[in-house]
Every structure is written in structure tokens, then in C-alpha cells.
Design a protein around this ligand. Sequence first.
Ligand code: ADP
Ligand code: MG
Length: 383
Amino acid sequence: MNNNQFTADFQQLFGHPAQGLAIAPGRVNLIGEFTDYNLGYVLPCALNFSTQVLFKKRDDNQVIVYSNNYPGEQDSFAVDDTISQGDSQWGNYIRAVVYVLKKRGYPLGGIELLISSDVPQGAGLSSSAALEVSIAGALNQAFDLGIDTKSIALIGQQAENEFMHCQCGIMDQLISAQAAPGHALKIDCDNLSTEKVSIPSDLNLVIVNSNYPRKLVESEYNQRRLDCEGAAAKMQVSSLRQADLTMLESTKPVLTENEYKRAFHVLSENQRVIDTVNALANNDMSALRDLLAASHQSLRDNFEVTVPATDGLVDIISRALDGRGAVRMTGGGFGGAVICLCRDEEINTVKSAVEREYQAKFDLTADIFVCQAGTGLQVTEIA
Ligand code: ADP
Ligand code: MG
């Protein structure tokens, strides 16, 4: 987005310039899948695709919001104790954040907002977290609320859980709020402590969305959670974070086959996150390749959340790269995207292999996004 055009759009809509700009990125999870609710490790990275929000405080209590991604549409509502869902699906994300801030007792008034984003929506890159975090960042600045980035993430998550009724974890909002430029973030989901992990500057994040139509995701997701909880209970620990592979093997006789397989995935995946942090520090492509391949295999065989389309994409890309890159599925599974880490000269190898083989095999068209590690929430005043 051309920033001059964006500020001119605000001026035209509201009749005066904005007072500030908040920017928050989308994200991809490099490794650590289905470990979050088992209080393990995840390793997300912010993307250089982001959501921008121009804002200006009002003298009354009206929130008025436009999005350049939904031209001609507007949402407006009063900041009071009766904020509820409106007719605009996208407007509800803004209502959700305002609702949570009000509920937490922050003194808010009216505000004018204009959104613009190049984060693809519904492609697994968490455009919703980018939106929540940028809106919370704008309100924080406009009303001088003094909220730290961790709390901004928690507010975004609460907005999504309580108002949008989507039971996401904290990962998406935390990386969007806290990412340092050029770094992934290792998050310990047990206590939300974080560690910055430098991404080698020559590494691209190529994200390929399978566009496979997701089905039965919620019931399958809930069943996986129950299997993990069941395995932990039988090992007499409060979560799989307190378990290890030795405990798992000795408890195997009393576990169902699924409890054993799900827990085996989670315990081995936690170790793969730790090992990936080391591989990134050493810019060790062959270690990255093995770790992402093992993660995918475990998600396919132990956690059983892949589908032929995502297995197929991983197969197409890894054959084309022949060791010169790392690839696995990323996100909630049952479709969704795969992530590939590779150097500049391999981007076209990945693109052309997907274009040549994927549609022919699966009768679906993949979307390919070439990204680099981005920066977390930034808020600036406009002079
Ligand atoms: P994901 O987070 O994977 O992109 P979600 O379904 O969780 O997918 O969130 C996408 C929704 O978030 C969109 O349908 C829209 O309602 C809202 N949204 C995201 N980005 C924007 C934007 N730039 N402007 C308005 N709404 C947006
Ligand atoms: Mg989302």
C-alpha cells in the first residue's frame, strides 16, 4: 500500500488527517504444532505482510471504522457497556477488541479508524491476529493506556475467544505483538516466556496454501485435545509438558493407541522446536530439512491431521528441492498451508514444481506467498 494514498484516504473519509499509525504483521509457525495447548513450545515468525491502521481520537464515544480491504463498507458503534456483534463480520473484530478493553476497565472514547492490509485473509497467515493487535495498538496509543505488548496479545486472544467465539491459543497474537525484526519467537506456552531466535537473512519463508476445503476440523481438533489430556492423566501429570518419552513408554500398556500416538507426537515435537532453534542459529539447512520432515511425518502418522493435498504439496516441494530446503505442513491441519524454508535461488524451483504438479494431481490451485521474517507491532504518531 502506498502510504501517501492511505493517508489521503483517511483525510477524504474523515475530513482531517490521522493522528497515528499502528502496524501489526501476520505470522507463520515454523515448527511446534499442536504443542500449544499441551503447554509446550512453538516457534512462530512474523511476516513482512501486515495490517495498518490509521487512527484519530474523537470527542464523542463513537467508533467509526473503514477497511480498504472492504471498499464501500463501514461499521460504527458506541463505546459503552452494550457492545455486541453487528452486521459486519469484519467490523466484529474491532468491536471485539473494544469490548475486551472496556471489560478490562480501560477508559476509552470514540475513535476513527481506517484499515489496510496485505495479509491474505483465511490463508492461515492469521490476518485476524494482525487486525486485533493493530487495533489494540491504535487504541492503546490514542488513549494513552500504557498497555505492554504481552497484554496487547492477551487482549487480542480474549477478543477472538470471547467475542468471536474462536478458541485460538496465544501464539498468533503474541508473535504479531512482539516479533523483533528478522527474528522468530520461541514461546513457552507453559508460562508465556519468549526467546528471540534470529532467522538467517538469506532464508525465505515460502508459504503454499493448499486451498483444500476444510471439513470436520472442530470435532477432530477436540478429539485430539481429549487424547492428549487422556494420555497426560494416565501418566499422572497435569499436562504433557510434565511428561517425557520414558514415562510414555512405561505407561504405554494402559494408553489407547491414539493416546500413545498423540502424546508421542507432542513430546517429540517439543524436542524438535528446541533442535530447530539450534539449527537456525547455525544456519544448518540439512538439520532444518530433517527436523521439518520429521515434524510433517509425525503430524501425518501420529497426530493424523494432514490430508492428501498437504502431504502431496510437501512431497512435490521436497522432491524438487532435493535437500536444498525444508518443508512441512503448518497450522491447524486438515488442509491449510505448508511452509518451506529456502534460499533465494530455490524460490522458483518451489513455484514451478507446485505449478507443474499440484493442480494436475489434486485438482486444486495453490496460492504461493514468498515472505521474509517481519517486525512486530509498531505504533507511530503522525506529526
Ligand atoms: P486468518 O486469521 O487465518 O486470516 P480468520 O478467518 O481467522 O482467517 O480471519 C479472517 C477475517 O478477519 C476476515 O474474514 C475479516 O473478517 C477479518 N479481517 C482480516 N483482515 C482484515 C482487514 N484488513 N480488514 C477487515 N477485516 C479483516
Ligand atoms: Mg485467524
